[in-house]
Design a protein around this ligand. Structure first.
Ligand code: D9A
Length: 436
């Protein structure tokens, strides 16, 4: 998306603070170090070819998250980069519907051993697979993996082994039927990432050693992110015939005998929203654990690395809760301006608490205003309880840290809104100079 489109969308929403955040982010992002802007293949002759290729792949596969990884302290930056690329490789094998099933299972199960095979590359992915090139040149990732300290290699190989085995179970016929299945699948593909990263943090010596025995909340950090992804990708996934919404939940809402695709039909909108809200409540239940996890972090760069995706996820739930758009057009996202503002506010636990507090109250408010509007919706209490547990977590943490919380006031005035509308009109007709 262009800078202009991002600005326009925040202006139209009347969010002045997002506009200023976008402008700051745009101007301050020029101080790039090392590989942050690497977006072309480095020359084979360069002495750090393998490493440069890894950062090229990182920037290529994730963009915004690549930047967050590269803000980590030097000790963790490279291990996390390699961990990310290994997971991305595994994902690219899991995703590809053109691979024969037995070959796919074989590669998934042995991927942790492939990490030690110097020179291994994989050219069997279909040409439409977005990250195909990563596996075509996977020897560079292996080379960098082998150059990591043993304590990091152990964590990465262990997680890769467990994730590959779990993915293999699900691609060979296991379905996401019950809530237990849903929790198991998200454990394999995301919870294990939380466990692995926690292992890397502790191994680096930069983080709180107490994290070592926190498998439950480390797992739930991943579950929350992945469950929000699964919610927001409903339309895309349904179209591709690989939906991860648990059958035990959607079954409660579709017309008798219908499949989950029924939820994409306009005449079933009330049913679809009821199902969505049920799954939002299920995801929101994980938030107190995520706050527990973040409150244990000590290192500034690790804190921001962990908090940024969580803030995006809670903002995304807030955006989609009871929102018909989720079933009407795919590719919906929170505004770029909001994302940038959240990144700026990810600095410390008090700032993160304030953001969660506002979102929990706002979701609770939306929840209250929809009471009785949807005959299929039974999750009012569930959502309300989940929100109140988040608010309560924050109050307890406030008390323990001697903080007094002020009620949030309104921001923005009439004249600011008028000025923003004028700027939006000028931008629309290209009467202001903004780079694309
Ligand atoms: C993460 Cl190493 C992910 N996943 C994410 C990104 O955040 C987590 C994949 C690999 C790694 C890390 C993440 C970050 C920090 C702490 C974490 C953690 O745990 C303690 O993972 C649990 O989404 C993917 C999984 C959820 C499956 C684990 C954030 C990310 N954001 C994307 C946004 C998008 O729309 O994809 O990748 C991005 O910014 O490009």
């Amino acid at each position: 998306m262009s800078a202009k489109a991002a600005l326009l969308s925040s202006l139209k929403a009347g969010q002045l603070s997002e506009v200023t955040a976008l402008l700051r982010y745009g101007f301050l992002s020029k101080d790039q170090t090392q590989y942050k802007t690497l977006d072309s293949v480095p020359p084979r002759s360069s002495s750090d070819y393998n490493r440069a290729m890894c950062y090229y792949f990182l920037n290529f596969t994730s963009r915004s998250f690549a930047r967050v990884i590269q803000e980590l302290d030097a000790e963790l930056r490279h291990p996390v980069c390699i961990f990310y690329l290994v997971l991305r490789g595994l994902d690219t094998v899991e995703d590809d519907m053109t691979l024969p099933l037995d070959r796919k299972v074989e590669v998934l199960r042995s991927f942790w051993q492939i990490l030690e095979k110097r020179g291994w590359t994989f050219t069997e992915n279909g040409p439409q697979e977005k990250d195909r090139v990563l596996l075509v040149d996977f020897d560079v990732v292996i080379e960098e993996f082998l150059g990591l300290k043993e304590k990091y290699r152990e964590v990465i190989a262990d997680i890769t082994k467990r994730m590959g085995a779990g993915m293999a179970d699900f691609v060979s016929g296991k379905k996401v039927v019950t809530l237990d299945d849903y929790n198991l699948y998200t454990h394999y593909v995301a919870g294990l990432v939380g466990l692995g990263l926690t292992g890397l943090f502790v191994a680096s010596g930069l983080e709180n050693p107490k994290l070592e025995n926190q498998d439950k909340i480390a797992n739930e950090m991943g579950l929350f992110l992945q469950k929000v992804n699964i919610l927001k990708d409903f339309l895309t996934d349904v179209k591709e015939g690989r939906l991860f919404w648990p059958q035990a939940v959607w079954e409660l809402y579709v017309p008798k005998g219908a499949g989950v695709e029924a939820l994409a039909k306009p005449e079933n909108l009330d049913r679809a929203l009821a199902c969505l809200n049920h799954l939002c409540a299920d995801a929101l239940d994980l938030v107190p654990s995520c706050l527990d996890y973040m409150s244990l972090l000590k290192n500034q760069s690790v804190f921001q690395f962990a908090a940024i995706p969580q803030l995006m996820a809670i903002a995304t739930i807030h955006h989609f809760f009871n929102n018909p758009l989720l079933f009407q057009q795919s590719g919906n996202k929170i505004r770029r301006g909001l994302a940038v503002k959240l990144i700026e506010q990810s600095t410390d636990i008090e700032s993160v608490k304030r953001i969660y507090y506002n979102y929990a109250l706002s979701i609770n408010d939306k929840n209250g205003r929809r009471v009785g509007t949807n005959p299929y919706d039974e999750s009012f209490l569930r959502v309300s309880l989940a929100c109140s547990k988040i608010v309560k977590w924050i109050h307890v943490h406030d008390k323990e840290h001697g903080k007094v919380r002020a009620a949030g006031g309104a921001n923005g005035t009439f004249w600011v809104a008028v000025l923003m509308a004028i700027i939006a009109i000028l931008l629309t007709f290209s009467m202001l100079p903004v780079a694309h």
